[in-house]
Design a protein around this ligand. Structure first.
Ligand code: ADP
Length: 263
């Protein structure tokens, strides 16, 4: 009898060990697949800022903008914003772990949200030259300031507008707006893309997660890191991000940040 019980026990333990090993191996395989996809996608992501900078420099020389200081400054600002973005993407890869455990260093200062949004929208308009694409910007009637890291917050906006454009395709209509009250600043980025199924609305903020491609919907290059980064940065600024979406109609990402108050 004792022999029977111990055999069953051994059998049970072996089964548990096998299941455990199977799960570990499966997770490792999924993780390494995600990393391989990530490297390929990242190459594509890094090329975009280069294309914008190239277009800006091309415009400066072609239209001899040195004679038009205001326009020259605008195009140089766009190039600078893109260089910041490149820098941040490189940091994103180097600091994956830091980002995950919330140890990323922020350099907060008085940040004019509307000015940041305008720079990003201008830079995206320069990049998007397809006829059907439009980016509307509806500013707030009053100034909106937060105590935040300008580089990271600008990049948060860049990521969300970039997503809205790339997932909505050639007929993308993106509406960016900013509003504020004494306690909060709200940024909204709305698109007419494929929308995000309810079952994925939490998961899109996980690192490397991308909605599985179905019938050419969500079949767009990307890293699966953008929204993970966005959420971490917003939470480190004591803000929140939510997504409203109707499949087949579009998505709306809404960020709320505490408004700036003098100490
Ligand atoms: P990616 O680089 O793949 O865009 P993100 O982390 O920014 O990575 O987004 C994760 C996934 O969420 C995307 O792969 C896509 O499936 C979905 N997604 C993000 N933004 C949108 C959007 N505006 N419309 C539809 N799907 C979106």
């Amino acid at each position: 009898r004792y022999y029977l019980v111990s055999s069953f026990l051994m059998l049970g333990l072996t089964a548990v060990a096998f299941i455990f090993l199977f799960k570990v191996l499966r997770n490792q395989r999924l993780y390494s697949q995600a990393r391989i996809a990530f490297t390929g996608n990242m190459t594509h992501e890094l090329k975009t800022p280069f294309a914008v900078i190239e277009a800006a420099l091309d415009a400066i020389t072609r239209y001899q903008l040195s004679r038009d200081p205001a326009k020259l400054e605008k195009y140089l600002d766009i190039s600078k914003a893109q260089l910041n973005h490149l820098n941040l993407m490189i940091d994103k890869v180097l600091n994956l772990e830091e980002l995950d455990n919330g140890a990323m260093k922020l350099r907060p200062e008085l940040f004019d949200v509307q000015q940041g949004l305008e720079t990003v929208v201008d830079s995206m308009r320069l990049r998007e030259r397809s006829m059907g694409v439009s980016i509307d910007y509806i500013p707030s009637e009053i100034p909106c300031f937060v105590d935040g890291d300008p580089v990271h917050l600008t990049n948060v906006c860049y990521n969300l507008i970039d997503n809205a454009l790339k997932h909505s395709g050639e007929q993308a209509k993106v509406r960016v707006s900013c509003s504020c009250d004494p306690t909060h600043v709200q940024i909204s980025i709305e698109d007419n893309g494929p929308g995000i199924d309810r079952i994925y609305r939490e998961r899109i903020f996980e690192r490397f997660f991308r909605v599985p491609a179905q019938a050419d919907v969500h079949n767009v290059k990307g890293s699966g890191l953008g929204l993970h980064y966005v959420k971490q940065i917003i939470e480190q600024h004591h803000g929140s991000i939510e997504v409203k979406s109707v499949v087949g109609k579009g998505s709306n990402f809404i960020i709320k940040l505490p408004a700036y108050h003098e100490a």
